[in-house]
Design a protein around this ligand. Structure first.
Ligand code: TMP
Length: 226
């Protein structure tokens, strides 16, 4: 049996990754590809516990290196218990964020540097990398406006608000955007930049062009369709 593929979606806040992941999942499923959707931080019961410490508003005040160690512990759980076993069974795995988020948020914007992040990543994953990464790009002001709306809805419903990173300010999120664009430039075979300031249909159309070229898949006729 062939190994499944690993596709990641990355980008700053409010880029609409969730909608596009749903589109991608239904598109691949309609093509007869067995695929699962997952996310980081999280994806397994243990990693979701770590997620709550880091993304919720009242998650905690972590030293940046401690924060990175928690993220990489969650990622190791995710790889060993979910991503690798699924791929070995031939499933495709679509993940909402992966190590590029650590490269950008912790390595660049929080200032830990490349050596620390690459060292931690090599320790938990070796040479493993996604087969394809969509970098969803949007002006951070617009992205924060969109994610702020969603967070307000959670607050209104008395749900926990996952906005610990959103609250780090526009300067932080401008660094995040630049960081993702830099990753796309330095990993051109793996990464494709998608302009996230378009309609969801136009965004998915662009993504399905990429899937067609990269994996020889049939083009979607319209959003999510085959
Ligand atoms: P999201 O699921 O809404 O994208 O939120 C996850 C948050 O966690 C987002 O603000 C980015 C942050 N994050 C990191 O800082 N480092 C990481 O390695 C990952 C996976 C996420």
């Amino acid at each position: 049996m062939q190994h499944g593929k690993f596709i990641t979606l990355e980008g700053g806040e409010g880029t609409g990754k969730t909608t596009q992941i749903q589109n991608l999942h239904s598109y691949l499923t309609r093509l007869g590809i067995d695929c699962i959707v997952t996310r980081e931080p999280g994806g397994t019961a243990e990693a979701e516990k770590i997620r709550n410490l880091l993304v919720q508003r009242d998650g905690g005040d972590w030293d940046p290196l401690s924060e990175a160690l928690l993220l990489f512990a969650a990622r190791r759980e995710h790889l060993v218990k979910k991503i690798w076993p699924a791929m070995q069974k031939g499933k495709w795995v679509i993940s909402d964020r992966f190590v590029d988020s650590s490269r950008v948020y912790q390595g660049l914007a929080q200032g830990l540097g490349e050596t620390v992040i690459e060292g931690l990543y090599y320790m938990i994953a070796g040479e493993f990398e996604p087969d394809l990464t969509f970098i969803m790009d949007i002006n951070p002001e617009e992205g924060l406006r969109r994610s702020g709306k969603q967070n307000q809805m959670s607050l209104d419903l008395n749900e926990s608000t996952e906005d610990r990173y959103e609250r780090l300010g526009l300067g932080f999120h401008e660094k995040v955007r630049d960081g993702f664009l830099h990753i796309a430039k330095t990993h051109p075979k793996r990464c494709v930049i998608i302009d996230a300031d378009q309609t969801p249909d136009a965004i998915f159309d662009q993504m399905s062009d990429v899937l067609q070229i990269k994996f020889g898949l049939k083009k979607a006729v319209k959003s999510g369709a085959v």
